[in-house]
Design a protein around this ligand. Structure first.
Ligand code: ZN
Length: 155
């Protein structure tokens, strides 16, 4: 049951996880991608509520769209996200739905991000702690980078 997510989310070494995603210009397509990300995240979330975020390549799209968990059942959609400032690089345990194992990685704990919403409006936000770590991982995904490239596998 728990390994069920592997039938919805692309797994390493799928080549589609390695593409550098393209900038979104078609916001109708961005909406379609966001809907798919949210649908699959809810499906795999289960009672543990472990999914904090997901990126377009994990569900087979090559566009710069990510989602981040805001609160239970609610997600922030970020289109064309761009890190404008980051700090507090520290080690943390982390995992990814697309890669087996638990890793220790080094990640910023503070990120200022600029992104567009699904209407194309520009927003900026500051994220701290686990949310910043998750955001960094989703940004890595849309650049074709996986947790196994930057981390040390422990389990
Ligand atoms: Zn991931």
């Amino acid at each position: 049951m728990f390994n069920d997510y592997k039938s919805f989310i692309l797994q390493k070494p799928d080549k589609r996880l390695r593409q550098v995603c393209l900038k979104v210009t078609n916001f109708k397509e961005a909406k379609e991608i966001a809907d798919k990300l949210i649908e699959i995240t809810k499906k795999v979330d289960g009672p543990l509520k472990i999914s904090l975020g997901m990126a377009a390549p994990q569900v087979g799209y090559d566009k710069r769209v990510i989602i981040l968990r805001k609160s239970q059942g609610e997600y922030t959609v970020m289109v064309n996200p761009k890190i404008v400032k980051q700090k507090w690089n520290l080690p943390i345990f982390s995992r990814c739905f697309s890669v087996d194992g638990v890793f220790i990685i080094k990640s910023p704990y503070w990120i200022k991000i600029e992104y567009q919403d699904l209407q194309g409006n520009y927003n900026s936000e500051v994220l701290r702690g686990v949310k910043a770590v998750t955001l960094q991982q989703e940004i890595d995904h849309i650049n074709g980078v996986l947790i196994s490239d930057i981390g040390l596998r422990l389990l």
